[in-house]
Design a protein around this ligand. Structure first.
Ligand SMILES: *Cc1c(COP(=O)(O)O)cnc(C)c1O
Length: 384
């Protein structure tokens, strides 16, 4: 095993950043292709940046974000956060009591780890399912959670979405929607309503997923709940700071749904190219992906690596050899090791799909050579 625990994940992330830095320094930013679908954009004019003082910034930008954020998310009030995970944590700290139940329905397991981790912190009983018929709300439930679109971009069925909200509200239980990518993917590509319009009490999106904003979270929903949650957010320092708030505001203003729709059609072209050499790629709404299990299935060689380790080694080869950034090398501990090639962000527009296909094949051939040498695999992930 190469990546065993959260500390290993932090270390591989540091190594990924050092590889990225070397590429930028030695070959230039144009030699990197960020296909994560997370752009971390920071759109801001010099005059806006001049206003970024501790109290002046929020006075100006948070007020405007109320209007722009509500347009994007629906609901009565929005609250900018450091990350989506921060919003999930704050909601659970506020609404979930010790020994109460939290039940979660999502289109496909697993849930984002911040949800079970936050429940554990408050000693709640957490359960999740992706089988709609098995979803039920037991006595003593304090919060119902729905994921709009999973970490691997599996989008919830709209009818199931509505039914879960209905079930929760019949029992007077609030609903929190983890709509990290879903707030755009569901609405733009699948024509679903905004979570708040479907009746969600709280919805949280990630402001760098499928939009040109910074890493951050934006919560929207019922004013009474947001006000309560905001107290916890401020008590524990989970709020977005003025620079992030400014970039969120401009990120939302510059969000262009057409880019998502274009990548929606281009992904089939890439999928067809890959299928001449691979069996286990799948399409996502805005690109293609291969799961760790799928990657393992492509290899006909004996080796001792876990499926996740294979995904880490493969994605590090893509990064080191070709400057292709996918999520596994740079992800936070516990995130999915699935390798997605997202075609919805800027770097993808400039990338020839034929050449991307060749880079993926060449990296895979490289993986085949490395896989029997565990030391070398460890070296490419950690650089020790
Ligand atoms: C990315 C993601 C999160 C977490 O976002 P952070 O900004 O990393 O906290 C939560 N849930 C889902 C479904 C996600 O895709």
């Amino acid at each position: 095993m190469i990546v065993n625990n959260s500390l290993d994940e932090v270390k591989k992330r540091e190594n990924a950043f050092s590889i990225i830095k070397d590429i930028v320094k030695n070959k230039g930013r144009e030699s990197l292709f960020d296909l994560t679908g997370l752009s971390g954009g920071f759109i801001a004019s010099p005059s806006e940046i001049d206003l970024l003082e501790t109290y002046v910034g929020p006075a100006i930008f948070e007020e405007e974000l109320q209007k722009v954020g509500i347009e994007h998310m629906g609901g009565e009030k929005v609250l900018p956060l450091n990350r989506t995970s921060s919003g999930i944590l704050a909601t659970i700290l506020t609404l979930v009591g010790e020994n109460t139940n939290v039940v979660h329905y999502l289109a496909e397991l697993p849930a984002h780890p911040s949800i079970p981790r936050s429940c554990k912190l408050v000693n709640a009983n957490y359960s999740e399912t992706d089988v709609f018929d098995e979803f039920s709300i037991p006595e003593n439930t304090s919060l119902v959670v729905i994921t709009g679109s999973t970490m691997d971009h599996k989008v919830i069925d709209e009818n199931n979405f509505k039914k879960v909200i209905e079930m929760a509200h019949e029992n007077n239980i609030p609903v929190m929607v983890d709509d990290a990518s879903g707030a755009r993917l569901r609405t733009v590509v699948f024509n679903q309503p905004r979570a708040c319009d479907l009746g969600a009490d709280i919805a949280i999106t990630s402001t760098d997923k499928l939009m040109p904003g910074p890493r951050g979270g934006l919560m929207a929903g019922r004013k009474d709940l947001i006000d309560e949650i905001k107290v916890k957010v401020n008590q524990f320092g989970l709020e977005a700071q003025p620079p992030a708030v400014l970039a969120m505001l401009n990120g939302i203003k510059n969000f262009d749904g057409d880019n998502l729709i274009k990548s929606f059609s281009r992904k089939d072209e890439l999928f067809d190219l890959l299928n001449s050499n691979f069996n286990n790629f799948k399409t996502t709404p805005t690109g293609v992906m291969i799961t760790p299990e799928g990657l393992a299935g492509e290899l006909d060689i004996d080796h001792n690596l876990s499926n996740n380790d294979l995904a880490f080694v493969f994605s590090f080869i893509l990064l080191k050899e070709h400057g292709i950034i996918t999520i596994p090398p740079v992800s936070m501990p516990g995130a999915s090791a699935t390798i997605r090639f997202d075609l919805s962000t800027n770097d993808a527009f400039n990338l020839n799909l034929d050449s991307l296909n060749k880079k993926i094949i060449s990296s895979f051939n490289n993986l085949k050579e490395l896989v029997t040498n565990e030391d070398k695999c460890g070296e490419i992930v950690f650089n020790f």
